[in-house]
Design a protein around this ligand. Structure first.
Ligand SMILES: Cc1cc2nc3c(=O)[nH]c(=O)nc-3n(C[C@H](O)[C@H](O)[C@H](O)COP(=O)(O)OP(=O)(O)OC[C@H]3O[C@@H](n4cnc5c(N)ncnc54)[C@H](O)[C@@H]3O)c2cc1C
Length: 381
C-alpha cells in the first residue's frame, strides 16, 4: 500500500528498494542454501545509511525516523529476511545506545554500528533457561577492580559471532526484573566464547549462536544506562524491535504474494490460468487485504513512536498480526504453487521457512497477546 510519504521517507524507501532489488534479492537463494552471512551487504547498507535509519546524524545515523525505518525494513525483508534480521538488530543496538549511552559510548559504539565498522550489532538477552521470561535470566555481572566481570550463557544470539558491538543483559542485583543491567561488550572480548551455529529451519543466512561469558572483564564504563535499569532498557528496545519484526513480516508477505500472483497467472490447469479460479482469487484477495492491514498497523506503531507517544501495545499488535499473516501468506503461497511450491526452485518454500520464526522471536505471539491485553486492561482503569 502507499502512504503519503515525506521527502525523507520516500528517499529512504527508494534507496532501500533499489538496493534490495539490485543487490539483496539476486543472491538470497544462494545465501540461504549455503548459510552465507551477508557481511558485504551490511557494509554497503552502512554506506546507504540503513544501519542507523532512526539514529541521530551526530553518530552517523540517517535520522529519518521510525516510519522510514519500517519502510526500509519492508523493502530489505521482501528481498531477503536473513539480511533484514541482521539489519534490524544492528539498528536496534544503535538506537538503544544512542538513547541511553553516555556521550563517550555513543561516539565509540553507535558510530561503529552505523558506519559498518562493527559489521553488525547483537542483542544478547535470551538464555538457555530464560526466553519469554527475561526477568529470570542468570548471567551475572559483578563489580571488580573498578570494572565488571561477566559470567553466564546466552542463547539464540543473532549475529553473535559477527557483531563488533553486543548489548548484553546481566544480573547485578537481586532476582527479578529490578536486578538486571545492560552492558556493552565488544566482539572478541577476552572471556567471550562463541558457540556453534544453530542449524536453523529458516533465516539460514543469518547467524544464530550461543555465547558464553567466562570471567569476561569489562571496564567500569561498559554499563549502559543505570545499574538496575536493564529490564526497562530491554523492554523499550523490544517495543521498537517489534516494529522491525512487523516490517520484516510485511516484507516476507509481500514477496510471497508477488510470487504467487506471478505463478498463478502463468500456471494453467483445466485449460486456464490457475488465477482464474475463484477459490484462488479469494486467497489472493485475503492476503492482499490483510497485508494492507499489517502495513497500517506497523506504520501506526512507527508513527506513535516517532511522535513520542506510547506505542507498546501498537508495536505488539503490529508484530502479532504481521508475523501470523506472514506464516499464513507463505503457507498459501506454497499451496498455490502446488508441487513446485515444495522445492527450492521457487522462493516460496524459503518464505515459509523464514516466516516461521517471526511468531517466536522478539516475543512469541502468546507474549504479544499478554502485552496487548495488559495495556488494554490498564487503559480501561
Ligand atoms: C532464530 C532466532 C533468533 C533469535 N535471536 C535472538 C537475539 O538476537 N537475541 C535474543 O536475546 N534472543 C533471540 N532469540 C530468542 C527468542 O527471542 C526466544 O526464543 C523467544 O523469546 C522465546 O523464548 P524461548 O525460546 O525461551 O521460549 P519459552 O519462553 O520457553 O516459551 C515456550 C512456549 O511457551 C509459551 N509461553 C511462555 N510463557 C508464556 C505465558 N506467560 N503465557 C502463555 N504462553 C507462554 C511461549 O509463547 C512458547 O510458545 C532468537 C530466537 C531464534 C529462534
Amino acid at each position: 500500500m502507499e502512504l503519503h510519504l515525506t521527502e525523507t521517507q520516500a528517499l529512504v524507501r527508494n534507496t532501500a528498494r533499489t538496493f534490495a532489488r539490485e543487490r539483496v534479492a539476486p543472491g538470497a537463494r544462494e545465501r540461504d542454501r549455503t548459510g552465507t552471512f551477508p557481511a558485504e551487504l551490511l557494509r554497503e547498507m552502512a554506506e546507504l545509511g540503513l544501519l542507523g535509519v532512526n539514529v541521530p546524524a551526530a553518530y552517523g545515523g540517517a535520522e529519518a525516523g521510525a516510519t522510514a525505518y519500517a519502510l526500509a525494513m519492508m523493502e530489505i525483508a521482501e528481498a531477503c529476511a536473513s539480511t533484514a534480521v541482521a539489519m534490524a538488530v544492528t539498528n536496534m543496538c544503535a538506537e538503544l545506545i544512542s538513547k541511553f549511552g553516555t556521550e563517550a559510548q555513543k561516539q565509540r559504539y553507535v558510530t561503529r554500528l552505523t558506519s559498518g565498522a562493527a559489521v553488525a550489532g547483537a542483542f544478547a538477552l535470551s538464555e538457555p533457561q530464560a526466553g519469554s521470561d527475561a526477568s529470570a535470566l542468570e548471567t551475572r555481572a559483578m563489580r571488580k577492580d573498578g570494572g565488571w566481570v561477566l559470567d553466564g550463557a546466552k542463547q539464540w544470539i543473532t549475529s553473535g559471532d559477527r557483531a563488533g558491538v553486543i548489548v548484553v543483559w546481566a544480573r547485578t542485583g537481586a532476582g527479578g526484573a529490578g536486578g538486571l543491567s545492560a552492558f556493552i561488550v565488544e566482539g572478541g572480548a577476552p572471556g567471550l566464547l562463541v558457540g556453534k551455529h544453530e542449524d536453523k529451519m529458516g533465516l539460514r543466512a543469518s547467524s544464530t549462536v550461543p555465547l558464553q561469558f567466562e570471567d569476561c572483564r569489562l571496564k567500569g564504563d561498559a554499563l549502559l544506562g543505570g545499574e538496575g535499569e536493564g529490564f526497562k532498557l530491554a523492554m523499550m528496545a523490544l517495543d521498537g524491535g517489534r516494529i522491525g519484526i512487523a516490517s520484516q513480516a510485511c516484507g516476507v508477505t509481500r514477496a510471497a504474494l508477488a510470487a504467487t500472483v506471478r505463478y498463478t497467472r502463468e500456471r494453467k490447469a483445466f485449460g486456464k490460468p490457475v488465477a482464474d479460479f475463484q477459490a484462488v482469487r479469494f486467497m489472493l484477495a485475503t492476503i492482499q487485504t490483510e497485508l494492507a492491514a499489517a502495513e497500517l498497523l506497523t506504520f501506526r506503531a512507527a508513527n506513535l513512536k516517532e511522535s513520542g507517544r506510547p506505542f507498546t501495545r501498537e508495536a505488539s499488535m503490529a508484530k502479532l498480526f504481521g508475523s501470523e499473516l506472514a506464516n499464513r501468506a507463505a503457507d498459501k503461497a506454497v499451496q498455490l504453487h502446488g508441487g513446485y511450491g515444495y522445492i527450492d526452485e521457487f522462493p516460496v518454500e524459503r518464505y515459509l521457512r523464514d516466516a516461521r520464526v517471526q511468531t517466536i522471536y522478539e516475543g512469541t505471539s502468546e507474549i504479544q497477546r499478554l502485552v496487548i491485553a495488559r495495556e488494554l486492561l490498564r487503559a480501561a482503569g
